[in-house]
Design a protein. Structure first.
Lengths: 458, 458
């Protein structure tokens, strides 16, 4: 430590020296040379010196399987063997690790299982594949004594799988809640800051490359559900169970509710939430009101963040980009470095695939939404009269649902109507649905009540 | 995935089963049973089932060295051997790992070196010890083939050492900037929200247990500098070099500047910053203005956060408690789990002590503060006349220092004076000091100019 203001130069060299690796290089076969594949190749080349300085071993992309060989030969150097049949890669005896970045759940599944059968380690960023076929794939890997690593499957720039599997191992995890889809977070940020509709924000996102031509997986919450499946498995020691996740996307969100929520001190985020209770597990993806001063509410644009509540560490949060060529490459290469550091030893399975020892991974009952307890934002479009508010409130009171905040606002579309916003205390969803059914039968209430769940996450 | 609203219960059991560990337990000797030591014992007991389910091996605190044996026997169970000489623990043949949580840099150093000499792994949360004696300790560990793990030394609840050493290994790290001292962040949060003085906020913090009776290490920035030393070493592959860190604490901060900064859209945080340039490294701890909508500005109270900018992953951030008995235990136990997963194998040194292979750890020249470039917040107390502002601005113009914002405010203490705030563009500190020297000689300027650095961190 020095506290004066004079320069203090160490007598030393100008960079990290690359150690001459004591082992043969890790030979990687890459399946796919799209955005992520090309990004992985680029980062491995550009940062070869610093990666070798950390790892003590070179990582070499030896083979690449691509559809278009001519196009690929412009991207990779002449030292790489290009083939158009991916099975040539997974069956090649000189390949140590197969990196699967072609996506999808059909051919990718066949390739991954074949690679495992051939005794090769696998690194993949394919969340859909693992969320759906993870149990089969992890069991095959266990039986063959190889590793299937997948840091790039969730919130790519953030090492959240490593954090859950290795960083928080002392803890009983209570819940995980995350903004784990950048496309929807970008759209919601645009709807909030510019007041535009979902359709317009989606069109913008597509123009800018934040959303795909077919945005279904993102905007319907399916991509977030894939990632939540993997987060929950690692947090709680349960198998992947994508079919048990409740999923509600953002396509039905009205920008007026985002604006009203903002007026009441909240922001709307698409959250993936996994909670452990004494009686089971909640697994759900849905739009959620979060207090505007909550850290998750500050996560804007296409950024991701995962918050974890655990008994010893308390609340921790992990923030970064959730997509991108080099961001995903960062995760894929971290998995390769991990393999360099252990493969070829008896401790290849140093960390179990799903954080818990295979024998300790046990399914827990998943709570149906009717039994889930959250707060609710409710918008009722009403023709306002003297008795309107007392009448509406009596329905809440009869069901013992505490109303914590009530605002009567102008209806943005119809001057003859008002919008009344109710924020409820945490309430079992079954009870809330009963209240809504009653409210929607009242003649003063026009159309369906708009309901968005609220989470405190403290 | 399901989208209906009916409960869907898996037919399964009610918790994780504890696997019968296939190995002998990891036998831990604990040095110290203060806050952290007791917290570690408590969490290991409470979460034994879930830790064993993750690890496949039991972690057993076999011996504890304490000053007060009677007091200790109330905390730990009868299965633990209590001794009052810590050297009995480090010399005991049955102990696999020594956990050092007594603190300090004298006896702790002797104990850690003796444990290493005896071939025992060491887990420590002692940032001062490693920041000052790390080179000696890591070299001894390397020579003996044992691990010295220290996740608990920095921002305890967040696995930031693991993130730097293992999660971001693909990246060339550009900078690390963190709120890494909870005491000072609590004091600064209180000064901002309540407008109280540093002295009053410190007294409050001491009453509430956020600050120690002798707060010097915290409020003078020394604790943050210890942690920054470790972060920088892991980020850049340089040795620990605490003596090269520029350190400025928060004791001289005036609450009026925190209030003025707030009016201008900024918050004041004590940041530890390590930046890599082509020509060397910046290592500095000082109060810093950060834009109010920056994620680091949202880190309030005693919480910590570390932001990392790297070339592939981009900006990522890690947030959580920086102190506390169980929060520190979370880190200490994660290190023990890591040891369970590798020790007894040839891969005990799976991850190098400072992220880079020992041969690749190379000192870089540390840039003196005169050469560091930051923006500046400047407060000049002046007796205002017609020519005051043009005269002051001419000094900036002559030195080619761009003023980006200027506010003339009422002086909070002296009605005859005004406070003029200048925010400058990023400027080399040597140049800025020249401007300040000139300004302070002007008769209209009363007293010394108050200067606080500004960082964009984008």
């Amino acid at each position: 430590m020095y506290q004066d203001h004079h320069a203090s130069f160490a007598v030393s060299s100008h960079g990290n020296t690359v150690p001459s690796p004591s082992h043969a290089p890790l030979r990687v076969g890459l399946l796919g040379l799209g955005t992520v594949g090309a990004g992985t190749y680029t980062v491995l080349q550009r940062n070869a010196d610093v990666i070798a300085a950390r790892t003590g071993r070179r990582i070499e992309i030896a083979m690449v399987a691509v559809r278009n060989l001519a196009r690929a030969s412009v991207i990779v150097g002449p030292e790489v063997s290009l083939v158009d049949d991916p099975f040539q890669v997974v069956n090649h005896p000189d390949i140590d690790v197969v990196v699967e970045v072609i996506g999808g759940t059909t051919v990718a599944r066949d390739l991954v299982l074949q690679a495992i059968a051939n005794g090769k380690h696998v690194v993949t960023a394919n969340k859909a594949l693992l969320a759906v076929h993870g149990s089969e794939i992890f069991a095959a890997a266990q039986a063959q004594g190889v590793v299937v690593a997948y840091e790039g499957a969730v919130a790519v720039s953030i090492p959240i799988i490593k954090t859950l599997r290795e960083g928080l191992t002392a803890n009983r995890i209570e819940w995980v809640a995350g903004i784990i889809n950048g496309t929807t977070n970008y759209i919601l940020s645009e709807m909030r800051t510019k007041g535009v509709s979902f359709a317009d924000a989606l069109a913008d996102a597509q123009r800018l490359g934040y959303a795909e031509a077919d945005p279904t997986f993102d905007v319907e919450g399916i991509d977030a559900a894939h990632k939540l499946t993997l987060l929950a498995a690692n947090a709680f020691g349960v198998p992947v169970q994508f079919d048990k996740v409740y999923v509600q996307g953002i396509t039905a969100l009205d920008s007026v509710d985002i604006a009203f929520a903002e007026q009441l001190g909240y922001r709307v985020k698409l959250l993936g939430i996994a909670k452990r209770h004494d009686h089971g597990l909640e697994l759900r993806v849905h739009p959620t009101l979060v207090a505007a001063d909550h850290l998750l509410a500050q996560v804007n644009g296409s950024m991701n963040a995962v918050m974890v509540k655990s008994d010893a560490a308390g609340v921790t949060m992990y923030y970064g980009a959730g997509a991108g060529a080099e961001q995903t490459a960062s995760a894929v290469i971290a998995d390769l470095v991990d393999l360099c550091r252990t493969c070829g030893t008896a401790h290849r399975h140093r960390v179990p695939s799903l954080a818990f020892q295979p024998g300790a991974v046990v399914a827990l009952p998943v709570t149906g939404m009717a039994d889930v307890v959250t707060g609710f934002y409710l918008r009722l479009d009403v023709s306002l009269a003297a008795q309107t508010v007392p009448t509406l409130l009596s329905h809440f009171a009869q069901a013992h649902v505490p109303v914590q905040q009530l605002e009567v606002l102008e209806h943005p579309g119809d001057k003859a109507l008002n919008a009344i916003i109710f924020l409820t205390a945490p309430t079992q969803e079954r009870v809330l649905r009963g209240v809504l059914a009653g409210l929607e039968q009242l003649p003063m209430v026009r159309g369906a009540v708009k309901a968005i769940r609220i989470e405190a996450l403290a």
